[in-house]
Design a protein around this ligand. Structure first.
Ligand code: IPE
Ligand code: IPE
Ligand code: MG
Length: 262
């Protein structure tokens, strides 16, 4: 694709200019979002919690479009945690049906935009119908070269790390790896994000200031941005606000930056 080879497309450049956003390398490559506050959004309107999830799904579409227009490479969305099974069955059932609703209506645009759908999480524990729609979407979009829309579905960072550790142990037992060979990159390779860059920017909505078991290893040097906005109210403008904040951050990775060295 043209945009991949020559950087930003005209459309992306125009959008960046309109939004007063800085040049290419300051746009985060990977944004991860903890989409929170659907239940409270519904409660405020005396509606059932699932109405909040339905509205939240519309926000997913809006933000995926915006991320794609901005030329962001990866958008990871925390949709269901390994702890969310604790919720009432009716709510869990509704959430498990959302991928189908979302993909049914959004798939033509996903193809048109060249978006690639992926997921990370314990897929085998999802209902068969949820697995089937996710598998189908991943299969259909696997050769797309645009935005990677990565859903964290039945995802928990601790479960992910446990699984990686077990897989590494098996490799050692089988003689394919030695203990001395294990380093940070080995662990990266056994996580569900092995093919993705680390998130540059983490956003959490709804005023909660915690990670709730999300990407504990991968967020080591990510910039965090929190907003009181509830996920169904989150929009393009809020995303721009987060990116503007990100652009003002000074990422040091433990070292010093130019002017700080004397
Ligand atoms: C986020 O909204 C969506 C999921 C966790 C699935 P919540 O359902 O957590 O909404 P609140 O936090 O109860 O408002
Ligand atoms: C985190 O939100 C999980 C998702 C957004 C999918 P929760 O609403 O489940 O987190 P807690 O319970 O407030 O920590
Ligand atoms: Mg919540």
């Amino acid at each position: 694709m043209l945009k991949k080879i020559f950087g930003k497309s005209q459309k992306e450049k125009k959008l960046l200019k309109e939004q007063n956003l800085s040049e290419i390398d300051l746009i985060p490559s990977h944004i991860a979002i903890i989409m929170d506050g659907n239940g409270r959004w519904a409660k405020k309107r005396a509606m059932p919690r699932i109405a909040g999830h339905h509205e939240g799904m519309k926000t997913v579409r809006k933000i995926a479009r915006c991320a794609d227009d901005l030329g962001i490479k990866v958008l990871t969305l925390y949709a269901f945690s390994t702890e969310n099974w604790k919720r009432p069955k009716s709510e869990v059932d509704y959430l498990m049906g959302l991928p189908e609703k979302f993909l049914k209506s959004f798939m033509p645009e996903i193809m048109e935009r060249d978006i690639r759908v992926q997921m990370m999480g314990e897929k085998e524990a999802l209902p068969a119908s949820t697995q089937a729609v996710l598998n189908e979407a991943m299969e259909r979009t696997k050769n797309n070269n645009g935005l990677i829309l990565n859903f964290a579905m039945n995802y928990g960072s601790r479960a992910e790390i446990v699984r990686a550790m077990k897989d590494i142990m098996v490799e050692v037992k089988n003689g394919n790896l030695t203990v001395d060979m294990i380093d940070e990159s080995t662990i990266n390779n056994y996580l569900m994000t092995s093919q993705l860059p680390e998130p540059d920017l983490l956003i959490r909505t709804s005023g909660e200031v915690r990670l709730s078991n999300f990407m504990l290893w991968q967020l080591a040097y990510t910039e965090f941005w929190f907003t009181d906005t509830l996920w169904p109210d989150f929009d393009e403008e809020t995303l721009m606000e987060a990116i503007h904040a990100f652009q003002k951050r000074n990422r040091r990775y433990g070292g010093l930056k130019g002017e700080e060295i004397n």
